[in-house]
Ligand binder design. Structure first.
Ligand SMILES: Cc1cc2nc3c(=O)[nH]c(=O)nc-3n(C[C@H](O)[C@H](O)[C@H](O)COP(=O)(O)OP(=O)(O)OC[C@H]3O[C@@H](n4cnc5c(N)ncnc54)[C@H](O)[C@@H]3O)c2cc1C
Length: 467
């Protein structure tokens, strides 16, 4: 071993952990337990390093993932026996094993946001941390963009909730048109699609076949509706294929689901088959491959030791751009999960469904309009755009092919009921836009016109407005 680099300040992964009213443990993470006072969330693996260091007989690093993100309760964020002491970032009340997951930077930042807001409410109400009203804390956090899994924002001050939502068009996933790009089925590949309650749609995928073969296809779901680990097989089919270019593989099933959720349509590894890709990328639609991230996994399946309390499951990962294109194909009936009402449903990222309004790919002038029966006075508008939570941006060393996320709206205008221009933004690249109008507008209509995106069809997760 050679020493290549050394930090200027020694940093230890493990550190003090304080005790709050609740101590988050491995079980909270693996079982994704729900907490009434959830104010933050985590999603990193339980990333454990042996206490005796580099020459330990134990593995230098084990990273055990839960099947999805987990809530972090507020009770982990103040001291159990010092009345006026908050805990946040890496210091929250967690066990050693849970700390392996909660100590990462983005999670620490979310905890910091929660405690900052709680401190403001302590001052507002003149109370100590333990007495902060949880409903108000969660609402104020959600209003400012803090994601809390399983919670939707219900904000009585939001005038958009009183409006009808009208759109120039809504995307329907009927076809993902093929490009000239073809990818071998050297690993199992899949489309993660938002499916409505009822009989699941059929999916047709375009393939090239080298030699006569039998292709196995499956439709899978997750044991928890809001997870994306495809461990439950709902439908399995073997399709006999003859050699030839641009053939269709039809995945059809009689299976029904009770509530809307994402399903994974899988084409299992087959060296004689290649799949066509599409250049169309759409908010809330993702392709996956059964693969691994070598930096954090030793195989394409998590296989924990017997009795460790950790789940085993397959890793199905989105590809990094410029890869990660959708598989070309068509859905019957089309998927209609992208309607205008999504912008006021209180959830500003994909979950059980995309939770976004998406305009049709061929809409020449996409727009979304809030319409009230009586004029409203609007001074502030909150918009949330799609900067792609599925594309991790760990560091510039990973390489990023674009300067702006393709799903993000670049140029938009806001108009009132007379068509007068209230606001224009010509070069947006950010998730959240807070628009303070130069003067409050009294109007029965607020129209957002989208003139340009960074590549994908126009999409908005959330639209709120305030007097
Ligand atoms: C070796 C190592 C590798 C890691 N790798 C990763 C990784 O790959 N990805 C990842 O997400 N996380 C990683 N982490 C974890 C992550 O970096 C930390 O857990 C996280 O940054 C902690 O954030 P924090 O805000 O809670 O604390 P800190 O970032 O430690 O911030 C606390 C701040 O408080 C200041 N401070 C302390 N006392 C006082 C005082 N009395 N007055 C004023 N200021 C004070 C400190 O100077 C410091 O700036 C790693 C950590 C280590 C040590």
């Amino acid at each position: 071993m050679t020493l290549e680099w050394v930090g200027a300040i020694p940093g230890k992964r493990e550190s003090r952990r304080f005790e709050g009213d609740y101590i988050l443990t491995q079980r909270d993470i693996v079982e994704q337990r729900e907490h009434e006072d959830a104010v933050s969330f985590g999603g990193w693996a339980m990333d454990l390093h042996p206490a005796d260091g580099l020459y330990s007989a134990l593995s230098p690093c084990t990273q055990w993932h839960s099947k999805g993100v987990y809530q972090i309760p507020y009770r982990t964020m103040y001291s159990r026996n010092v009345d006026n002491l908050f805990l946040t970032g890496r210091l929250i009340s967690v066990s050693h094993v849970a700390f392996g997951s909660t100590r990462v930077m983005a999670t620490c930042a979310h905890n910091g946001q929660a405690v900052g807001m709680a401190a403001a409410l302590c001052l507002k109400h003149g109370v100590a941390p333990r007495a902060v009203p949880i409903g108000e804390l969660q609402r104020e956090l959600l209003k400012r963009g803090q994601h809390i899994p399983g919670l939707a924002l219900h904000d009585p001050g939001d005038l958009a909730r009183l409006a009808s939502v009208l759109t120039s068009s809504c995307f329907e996933l009927e076809e993902l048109p093929p490009s000239s790009d073809v990818q071998p089925l050297d690993v199992s590949r899949a489309m993660l699609l938002p499916v409505a309650a009822g009989r699941i749609p059929a999916l047709t995928i375009l393939v090239d076949v080298e030699r006569a073969t039998a292709l196995d296809v499956e439709v899978r779901g997750s044991c928890r509706p809001a997870n994306f680990t495809p461990e439950i097989t709902l439908h399995r089919q073997r399709i006999e294929l003859s050699p030839g270019r641009a053939q269709t593989v039809h995945i059809a099933s009689e299976v029904s689901i009770e509530s809307p959720r994402y399903l994974t349509y899988c084409l299992l590894k087959n060296d004689d088959v290649s799949v066509y890709l599409s250049d169309l990328r759409v908010t809330g639609v993702l392709s996956l491959a059964q693969s691994m991230n070598k930096a954090v996994a030793k195989g394409t399946r998590q296989q924990p030791p017997e009795g460790s309390g950790i789940d085993s499951f397959e890793f199905w990962l989105p590809g990094r751009r410029p890869g990660g294109k959708n598989l070309a194909g068509s859905a019957e009936p089309p998927l209609r999960a992208f309607c205008g009402a999504n912008v006021t449903n209180g959830v500003a990222r994909p979950g059980l469904q995309p939770n976004a309004w998406v305009a049709a790919a061929d809409d020449p002038a996409p727009s979304i309009c809030l319409r009230w029966q009586e004029p409203c006075t609007i001074a502030r508008i909150e918009l949330v755009f799609d900067t792609d939570f599925d594309h991790p941006m760990e560091s510039v060393l990973m390489g990023h092919p674009e300067r702006d996320m393709p799903f993000c709206v670049k140029h938009y205008r806001v108009r009132d009921d007379t068509g007068a221009l209230l606001f224009e933004c010509t070069d947006n690249h950010q998730t959240r836009n807070t628009v303070h109008l130069p003067a409050p507008a009294a109007t029965t209509e607020l129209r957002i016109e989208i003139l340009e995106t960074h590549g994908a069809p126009a999409a908005i997760f959330e639209l709120r407005c305030y007097a």
